[in-house]
Design a protein. Structure first.
Length: 259
């Protein structure tokens, strides 16, 4: 069982400067081995301190205080092994909200990669099956699955563009170089009324996917979107974006099988 250690930023008003000054930086640590002391920039935390109940104050050998608690799923998820171009949480969240993902949802995912989409879906869905053609991807995803304890996730090797053994799905997600080549397979997997969502890094891919879906009588295109996220810093009266630019992640095309 791991633990999380957090320390809030500390500020102090300095009369000579007539302003507050940061005297202690914020910190967060993930402690995986509770059988030995844990070293931080603020000192060493003993094994007995690490065993304290959630919400307790624990101190280093130099007297610096942290708060300790058990990790939740997002803490564990952020530590999975990642391959390049993993789908970010902001985009996964939109897919789940737009498609009404819930405890009765059966989902099929293609283009497993490190498994970010499939594993976050499995946290909520009844069952998720994900397919990839690369052995390296499958091995990484299986390792991540075991770390997160997702028994309702099945990881399989298969070329989705050539058809797979899956059906009666409420949702199909595609993270493929040419997702328009997988539309027939997606239809075969989906219930009528089920959603297909394609994730593409370039507009050229999104355009081809949207146009191909629109030309078919068995799918209704809902929309293609790009979701921007910008974090803000709020510190008293100082309010500003943390990042001056908004970084592109991908385009998502949403459609439903109607026949």
């Amino acid at each position: 069982m791991a633990r999380i250690l957090v320390k809030k930023r500390q500020k102090e008003f300095i009369p000579e400067l007539n302003r507050e000054v940061i005297i202690g930086k914020a910190a967060k640590h993930y402690v995986s081995d509770l059988k030995k002391p844990f070293s931080t920039m603020s000192g060493v935390i003993s094994v007995s301190e690490l065993a304290k109940p959630d919400g307790s104050e624990v101190k280093t050998d130099s007297g610096k205080a942290f708060t300790i608690f058990s990790p939740s799923f997002p803490d564990e998820f952020r530590r999975i092994k990642r391959l390049p171009q993993a789908i970010p949480l902001k985009d996964i969240g939109l897919v789940m909200a737009e498609c009404g993902v819930g405890p009765e949802t059966v989902a099929v995912d293609s283009g497993t990669g490190s498994g970010a989409m499939a594993m976050m879906l499995a946290r909520v869905c009844k069952k998720v099956t994900t397919f990839d053609i690369e052995d390296e991807h499958l091995a990484v995803a299986e390792e991540n699955k075991q770390k997160l304890g997702l028994e309702n996730l099945e990881i399989r090797k298969g070329d989705f563009t050539k058809g797979v053994d899956a059906k009666d799905a409420d949702l199909v997600t595609l993270d493929l170089p040419a997702p328009w080549e997988a539309i027939d397979s997606a239809r075969a997997c989906l219930k009528v009324g089920g959603f297909v969502v394609s994730y593409s890094p370039s507009m050229a891919q999104a355009m081809e996917m949207g146009n191909t879906l629109s030309s078919r009588e068995d799918f209704l295109v809902i929309k293609t979107v790009e979701l921007m996220e910008r974090e803000w810093e709020i510190d008293g009266r100082k309010v500003r974006p943390k990042n001056k630019t908004m970084i592109h992640s991908g385009f998502m095309t949403f459609a439903r099988r109607i026949r």
